[in-house]
Design a protein around this ligand. Structure first.
Ligand SMILES: Nc1nc2c(ncn2[C@@H]2O[C@H](COP(=O)(O)OP(=O)(O)OP(=O)(O)O)[C@@H](O)[C@H]2O)c(=O)[nH]1
Ligand SMILES: [Mg+2]
Length: 370
């Protein structure tokens, strides 16, 4: 009787292999019946979405992408006794892929090739989940043509690109994605060295606030906190507290308005998310201004007596800098030699004499007298 049951089960297995049904097998050897295999079939009742997602595994380009797909499969699998084995199998695969990926990117082997030397008025790092549109946004804000694709984990390394804002250049750094389970070993170091963070969230997916929470958690584990652009950060905390802008990309996508709302509720008064579309937005100028403000810098211009200032080459100084700081930036001896300065500004000054401790504003023109 068991033999005939086995035969039936084998037939079922064939049907399953032909894609007619889907069960999960527990394979055992039946010694009593001449070592024929007996299959105890546990119906899994997998939804069609599972098989659709499973197909993506074949075209996955790298371990990170495979992990993401396997995690998606795991979330789709109904949780009951019949799927326990399948769940365990998926978890084992994820664990194996993760451990091999971690080995490959260990800091000892790679050193820090992903660190990028600062150029321009400041360095801002893009941070976000897979496929959120980080690279698309870098391309839209600069003249870069970095690779963009509709699958996750397109970006594997850091790439710098220069963004022109009025008369200065700001360096943006595109990065690989961040997930709850995966962070490149060198990632925290890149962030610690940067002058600010540009978070890119994805409004085409529900609950973007979960991604924001994940980013805060992952950075928090590395002792990095994000604060809004209004905060002033003391010098000694600059590595661990970073000013950040939160962009909500793909605002053009279906459901974008509702998803933005849940994000706003989560962020409350901590951050004000900026909805935008990296591929279909003609108003990125406002974002450029916000990135400039994120840097907490001012632009000041030096002027020689009797001549007009050169507006094409501003000195960029930290907000709160004084006339003395400006003099030292022009030439290291000027700080000591400075007697007084004259200032022109948009609202306040028209060439008045000021002393060396006067605090400067963005756009001020300074005539140094030694
Ligand atoms: N509808 C819409 N699609 C967008 C927008 N921005 C980017 N995309 C698309 O989203 C996909 C992912 O874009 P990428 O720029 O490669 O995303 P990424 O965050 O760099 O992805 P990874 O490098 O994998 O982390 C691409 O198909 C883009 O064309 C947007 O504002 N709206
Ligand atoms: Mg990318």
């Amino acid at each position: 009787m068991i033999i005939s049951q086995t035969t039936i089960l084998v037939k079922q297995k064939k049907a399953i292999l032909q894609g007619k049904t889907r069960c999960f097998f527990e394979k055992k050897t039946d010694f009593e019946y001449n070592k024929k295999e007996v299959y105890f079939i546990m119906p899994a009742n997998l939804p069609p979405q599972y098989f659709e997602t499973e197909k993506k595994l074949k075209t996955a380009k790298n371990p990170q992408e495979k992990i993401l797909i396997l995690e998606e499969l795991l979330s789709i699998v109904p949780k009951h006794k019949g799927t326990e084995k399948l769940q365990a199998l998926l978890k084992t695969k994820i664990a194996k892929l993760r451990s091999s990926a971690q080995k490959k990117t260990g800091p000892a082997k790679q050193g820090m090739p992903h660190l990028i030397e600062k150029t321009g008025a400041g360095q801002v790092v893009l941070v976000g989940p897979p496929n959120a549109g980080k690279t698309s946004l870098v391309n839209a804000l600069t003249n870069a043509a970095l690779q963009v694709a509709d699958y996750p984990f397109t970006t594997h390394a850091t790439s710098p690109a220069m963004m022109k804002f009025e008369n200065i250049q700001i360096q943006l750094i595109d990065t690989p994605p961040l997930t709850a389970d995966y962070m490149e070993s060198w990632y925290p170091e890149i962030i610690k060295r940067a002058d600010g963070i540009l978070v890119v969230l994805d409004l085409s997916k529900p609950n973007p606030e979960e991604m924001m929470f994940m980013i805060q958690e992952k950075l928090g584990e590395k002792h990095i906190d994000m604060v809004n652009s209004r905060q002033n950060i003391p010098e000694e905390k600059k590595q661990h507290v970073k000013r950040a802008i939160i962009t909500a990309n793909k605002a053009d996508a279906k459901g974008g308005t509702d998803n933005l709302q849940t994000l706003k509720e989560y962020l409350s008064t901590d951050f004000e998310p900026i909805p935008l579309s990296a591929v279909n937005d003609h108003s990125l100028e406002d974002l450029k201004k916000r990135i400039f403000e994120l840097l907490n810098i001012i632009r000041v211009y030096s002027k020689i007596p009797g001549k007009k200032p050169d507006f094409s080459e501003p000195f960029t100084l930290r907000k709160g800098s004084t006339v003395l700081d400006m003099a030292s930036a022009v030439h290291r001896d000027f700080g000591q030699k400075l007697k007084y300065a004259r200032i022109w500004s948009e609202k306040k000054y028209q060439g008045q004499k000021v002393n060396r401790d006067s605090i400067l504003d963005d756009g001020d023109i300074i005539e140094l007298h030694l």
